[in-house]
Ligand binder design. Structure first.
Ligand code: 6R9
Length: 654
């Protein structure tokens, strides 16, 4: 994937941000941690033996013959091994006497709308759904598109597919009919599972009409299985079947046949800002091995006592790996929340933490910055003394947001783990370990044991400590994508062609003086200012370190003098007022923090920033604004009205 910004090829990434704060792990957590520093040595001594040991945490129907078959860049892990992913996630816990343990506390958006599912319940529901899929003619290897709100039937549907060896393709409930259609087509799905609608921001929102529109153009779809969630009126087509008619009458007994370790588990499309979406293919044995272990290691999960809550949507890879597969394989008790953090009030998340006594919380920087904007007084009203580890994923976390999270949510007791990974990596790759690492705010720190990642220059040479460049992964890992569905060549071109023999995720990174890793966002976002490559992340972090700023997005806009110049969009914190001096203040603050080279040309105070459904800032659209172009494709935006709000602010450009 060639970076779009000119100059990236020749210039190292400047290393501007200095951060000296350190947070050592709490002594009691360190003393009882699931994973200690010894794991790094063990994995370094023999990586494949290390992963074999980890794979043994799962129940295999047949042990593998060969740990890794590496026909670069095509990997097969645990070759010859057989297992059933759903059995590992559900039945095994029942058989081993943990059936009464709660798998999911489900909290609907309307207050008081809750469900609790034990592992026994989950086994019955998944078995019924698997029997229903079979009745509908779904067989091993068939693809099933899933377009649902955050209700228990979503993980149940995924596990039912896994159980029979069908391949699920979950599409974010919120993507348009044309996005859904192209994903159904690409995977050639024969069944779609959906719901009439879901609750979002206090009202039922419809899903079914979008499915109807998509399926009308997809003759290969034989049936649409519809969960009644909201009870709103829906049109019924001749392909439609109600979940309660078909699934509820099935037997709750179903035998889970073993599948090959390399049999496909799911396809998940990356939103891809341009071009055809990429269907990332994950398989079974290696994927479950690494998701389960990383969940155990990075969150220090104690399944008997912890209550774990990942706030992501299941339609994002974070939900697949860390709401469904990893936690269930570990026998965890998780919370699933259907709605948004501000419904019916801005303390909803903290109310949920208090209610369920959540101990492990996993959320995204975009949410953390929103909470900063709303003010410290909101979380302060709730009892969050149950929390013990806090996680972050999705974007680089600005040091100030990290420290806010640690202090206001973790009350300075809980370690924060900044976890770097991607849809393509399947599982966490770079992260602190909460009982081992003295963490630095804003740094993902070190590759996990068994992961070999590095930062290289444009020639592919490892950069010394203190240097910046491109993140790469040097060795295959168990949960890696196996290909892009139906397009091996695109897999090679996208990930394995930039640097010989290395996986290139498309992110910039730096190694600090201690050799710890800082992720700096997509290389496509890197700016070239007067001949210096500067990451948007560092300038954004400098802005967020100003007491009046909650969020910032930075882009490089064409400039006649400097080539590109920095244009910043900022959201102020709750109490801060916009006034004439703020732009000058912020420009000086950045110059003081990072040096004059990083001083923004323009600061625009805006009410919102354009984000994807998984909360990532879409800088491409802000570049269009900064360069006075018409706005590009907005179909993957969470809220398409945001760009209008931003454009209204333009005359106030300073
Ligand atoms: C899990 C997920 C992947 C991209 C990735 C990177 C960014 C994710 C990050 C992070 C810095 C972190 N990213 N976690 N950047 N620090 N802790 O987000 O998957 O939606 O595929 O996005 O997200 O740019 O390349 P996905």
């Amino acid at each position: 994937m060639a970076p779009e910004t000119p100059g990236n090829e020749t210039q190292a990434l400047s290393n501007l941000l200095q951060e000296n704060r350190r947070f050592a792990p709490p002594a009691d957590l360190g003393a009882a941690a699931n994973v200690t520093a010894a794991a790094y040595d063990e994995a370094a001594a023999d990586r494949l033996a290390f992963w074999e040991g980890i794979a043994e945490r799962l129940a295999w129907a047949k042990r593998w013959d060969k740990t890794l078959e590496w026909n670069a860049p095509f990997a097969k892990w645990f070759v010859g091994g057989e297992l059933n992913v759903a059995y590992n996630c559900v039945d095994r816990h029942v058989e081993e006497g943990r059936g009464d343990r709660i798998a999911y506390y489900w909290e609907g958006e309307p207050e008081g709308d809750t469900r609790t599912l034990t592992y026994n319940d989950l086994k019955a529901e998944v078995s019924k759904a698997a029997n229903a899929l079979h009745e509908l003619g779904v067989r091993k290897g068939d693809r099933v598109a899933v377009y649902m709100p955050m209700i228990p039937e979503l993980p149940i549907a995924m596990l039912a597919c896994a159980r029979i060896g069908a391949v699920h393709s979950v599409v974010f409930g919120g993507f348009s009919a044309s996005a859904l259609k192209s994903r159904i087509d690409d995977a050639d799905a024969k069944l779609v599972i959906t719901a009439d609608g879901g609750y979002r921001r206090g009202k039922p929102s419809a899903l079914k009409p979008i499915v109807d529109e998509a399926v009308a153009q997809c003759p290969q779809v034989e049936n649409v299985l519809v969960v009644r969630r909201t009870g709103q009126d829906v049109a019924v087509t001749d392909k439609d079947l109600w979940w309660h008619d078909v699934v509820d009458r099935q037997s709750d007994q179903h035998t889970a046949e073993p599948h090959g370790a390399e049999d496909p588990l799911y396809i998940l499309y990356t939103s891809g800002t341009t071009g055809k979406p990429k269907g990332i293919l994950h398989t079974s044995g290696g994927y479950l091995t690494q998701t389960a272990w990383t969940h155990h290691a990075v969150f220090d999960l104690k399944p008997e006592t912890d209550i774990y809550w990942c706030t992501a949507d299941i339609g994002w890879v974070t939900g697949h790996s860390y709401i469904v597969y990893g936690p269930l394989a570990n026998g965890a008790t998780s919370v699933i929340y259907e709605g948004t953090p501000d419904t019916p009030h801005r303390g909803r998340f903290w109310e949920i933490v208090q209610k369920y006594k959540v101990t492990l919380l996993y959320t995204a920087p975009t949410a953390i910055r929103t909470f900063m904007k709303w003010g410290d007084d909101i979380p302060a009203k709730y009892d969050m003394s149950s929390l013990r580890v806090l996680g972050s994923v999705g974007e680089p976390i600005n040091p100030e947001a990290y420290v806010w999270y640690r202090e206001n949510i973790g009350h300075s007791r809980c370690p924060v783990v900044d976890t770097w990974w991607q849809t393509e990596t399947g599982a966490i790759m770079i992260s602190p370990l909460p009982g081992v690492t003295s963490a630095k705010p804003g740094a993902a720190m070190r590759p996990l044991p068994g992961v070999v990642a590095d930062v290289v220059d444009d020639q592919g040479n490892s950069v010394p400590n203190g240097g910046g460049g491109f993140l790469v992964v040097r060795e295959p890992w168990p949960a890696m994508l196996r290909t892009i569905w139906g397009d091996d060549q695109r897999y090679i071109d996208t990930y394995w062609s930039r640097f010989e023999g290395m996986y290139f995720p498309g992110d910039g990174a730096k190694k600090d003086e201690d050799g710890d890793l800082w992720l700096l966002g997509r290389v496509d976002d890197v700016m070239l200012i007067s001949g210096h490559n500067i990451s948007t992340t560092e300038v954004e972090s400098a802005l967020v370190s100003h007491p009046k700023v909650a969020e910032a997005a930075v882009v490089g806009a064409t400039d006649p003098v400097t080539g590109q110049a920095i244009v910043s969009f900022v959201i102020l914190r709750g109490a801060a007022e916009e006034n004439a001096d703020i732009a000058a203040d912020l420009r000086n603050h950045v110059a003081k923090t990072l040096g004059p080279i990083a001083k923004p040309r323009q600061i625009l105070v805006v009410p919102e920033l354009p984000k994807t459904r998984s909360g990532k800032i879409m800088r491409r659209l802000l570049r269009d604004v900064a360069e006075n172009r018409s706005i590009g494709d907005v179909t993957t935006l969470a809220d398409s009205t945001v760009m209008n709000l931003i454009q209204e602010k333009l005359p106030s450009a300073k």
